[in-house]
Design a protein around this ligand. Structure first.
Ligand code: SF4
Length: 187
């Protein structure tokens, strides 16, 4: 695995480590090959919010961020520099999973390393327009994130995997995964 990994791996790995392996394999394929309908819907929704018609407040959208210290890179959704607020949008949020925290923490640390001042972190659930505020990470969260990245970098993807059929049913890689015979529920 590369020493600098995409921020999306942080959440994918929590969901299922093998999905990170599959992500690497199919990285060069067209998204349509393996993205299930909800993901396509989510992407379309992201495009909608990525392309505002008019802007009255200063907004930074979809820029790449990079942290050399953590070894991660990726895109942020939205940053409001005047409010110093970072927003991570997802199509539908019913709970703030640990993987979501790792994603927004990584974005936060990358932005601050790049010189931005970030004072507020929020998730935005596009489908029901709900906003969830989460605390700005401190040193313990930084160390936890660093450990998570270390675990991903040193994970042995060849070792036996405990498959969770409930997760496979929701996994965008299920139809391509050799660990399950079930297709994802959206196929
Ligand atoms: S289909 Fe199941 S085992 Fe395969 S990557 Fe997805 S969650 Fe993991």
């Amino acid at each position: 695995m590369d020493n600098i990994i995409p921020i999306t791996y942080l959440n994918d790995f929590v969901f299922c480590p093998y999905s990170v392996y599959l992500h690497q394999i199919f990285d060069n394929n067209e998204d349509i090959v393996y993205h299930a309908e909800p993901q396509q819907t989510g992407k379309a929704s992201h495009r909608t919010i990525d392309e505002p018609k008019t802007q009255k407040v200063k907004i930074i959208k979809g820029i790449y961020v990079l942290s050399y210290e953590l070894g991660i890179y990726g895109k942020i959704d939205t940053f409001y520099p005047d409010e110093q607020r970072l927003v991570e949008s997802k199509y539908r949020i019913t709970a703030i999973y640990k993987g979501y925290y790792y994603q927004i923490w990584a974005q936060y640390f990358a932005l601050t390393e790049m010189g931005y001042n970030v004072q507020e972190l929020t998730f935005y659930s596009i489908s029901d327009k709900k906003t969830f505020s989460v605390p700005v990470p401190q040193q313990p969260q930084y160390q936890e994130l660093k450990q998570h990245i270390h675990t991903i970098l040193h994970f042995d993807f060849a070792k036996p995997l405990t498959v969770n059929p409930a997760k496979c049913a929701k996994c965008i890689y299920a139809s391509l995964c050799d660990k399950t015979n079930s297709d994802h529920v959206y196929a």
